[in-house]
Design a protein around this ligand. Structure first.
Ligand code: HEM
Length: 306
């Protein structure tokens, strides 16, 4: 089973039509991004090959670089052409940025629409941080409601509407006896599955993070979930595990899922610690950050409208 080669929708929706002037700007930016990425890959390759041969110590120092360690492996692998590496690096960046931005926007919008939840989260964050100035990963893993709110946002508004699979060589026979011929692209409509009331209940369309707290879900397990699972320990409720797919499932599931849930939770916790989100206008168009009245007794509009 492989992901269909032509199944990459990630960037395609946002591209403006070729007859619009902005298309030319898009092409110029693509070319610049490609040149930049190629130069990062080249530098990383040069650095790694010299270090590989001469200086193991400085190689260890360079391990922290985003590209260094992983590119070294990739550059020696079967798909090591510069074009291949460049495409994968750009694809990863664009995918990671656009999906994360969507999820952050979705969480912030919901917090604005549900101020009571925002208050509960603020209380949870303050309690978990225990007056320490820095937010630690362990603190965030204790914030069960926050982690649940991030997941619930991902359930209601998955970053990609569809998952796709294609069995290239063999016909596939599904449980219901349906046969999918080899080469056919099987499309999984995420939004429908994640809003299925037969699984999620009559309030499937409502934002209710508490649904993730009802069962005995070990939210802390997100960092330790075995690969191939969707990162949730919903084993007590199999139907829900199979119907929660914002990061896909199986061997091609999103490799960034644990990182991104944690990173977004840390971001939201840091923001809510000092700010609250409110509508900057009555028509729900802008979400603004306001210095937290509970923390400082004043409301100063911070100029970061989304
Ligand atoms: C909220 C943010 C994100 C969402 C919702 C998301 C969602 C997804 C989904 C739905 C897939 C397809 C999974 C499948 O077909 O079963 C995927 C694949 C992938 N994601 Fe993400 N992703 C996010 C962030 C990231 C980040 C930050 C990274 C990198 C650091 C990343 C790296 C990848 C990679 C490499 C794949 C392809 C995996 C493969 O084909 O084996 N993602 N992601």
């Amino acid at each position: 089973m492989m992901v269909a080669k032509d199944g990459c929708f990630w960037a395609s929706y946002a591209v403006c039509p070729f007859w619009k002037p902005s298309y030319r700007r898009y092409r110029t930016l693509c070319a610049k991004l490609k040149i930049l990425t190629e130069s990062i890959i080249r530098k990383s390759r040069d650095q790694n090959s010299s270090v590989h041969h001469f200086d193991q110590r400085s190689y260890q120092k360079s391990e922290g670089m985003m590209t260094g360690h992983s590119l070294l492996g990739a550059a020696e692998g079967p798909h090591s052409s510069e074009e291949e590496l460049c495409g994968n690096t750009i694809g990863l960046m664009l995918h990671g940025i656009s999906t994360s931005a969507n999820l952050i926007g979705s969480v912030l919008t919901r917090l604005t629409v549900f101020p009571k939840l925002q208050d509960q989260l603020h209380a949870e964050i303050v309690a978990a941080c225990n007056e320490s100035p820095e937010l630690e990963v362990d603190d965030v893993l204790r914030m069960r409601l926050l982690l649940a709110a991030v997941r619930e946002s991902a359930r209601l508004l998955p970053a990609g509407p569809l998952l796709q699979r294609c069995s290239l060589k063999h016909d596939l026979t599904l449980g219901l006896g349906i046969t999918v011929p080899a080469g056919a692209i099987l499309v999984v409509p995420l939004h429908l599955i994640q809003m299925d009331s037969s699984v999620w209940g009559n309030d499937a369309g409502q934002f209710n993070p508490h649904r993730f707290l009802k069962k005995d879900i070990d939210l802390g397990d997100i960092l330790a979930a075995p690969s191939g699972l969707n990162g949730m320990n919903l084993s007590s409720d199999c139907a829900k595990t199979e119907s929660f797919l914002p990061f896909g499932s199986g061997s091609r599931a999103c490799v960034g899922q644990k990182f991104v849930i944690l990173a977004i939770s840390i971001l939201i916790a840091s923001l809510l610690r000092n700010y609250e989100t409110r509508c900057a206008s009555s028509d729900l168009v802008f979400v603004g950050f306001f210095e937290h009245p509970r923390a400082v007794g004043s409301q100063v509009y911070a100029d970061v409208c989304a």
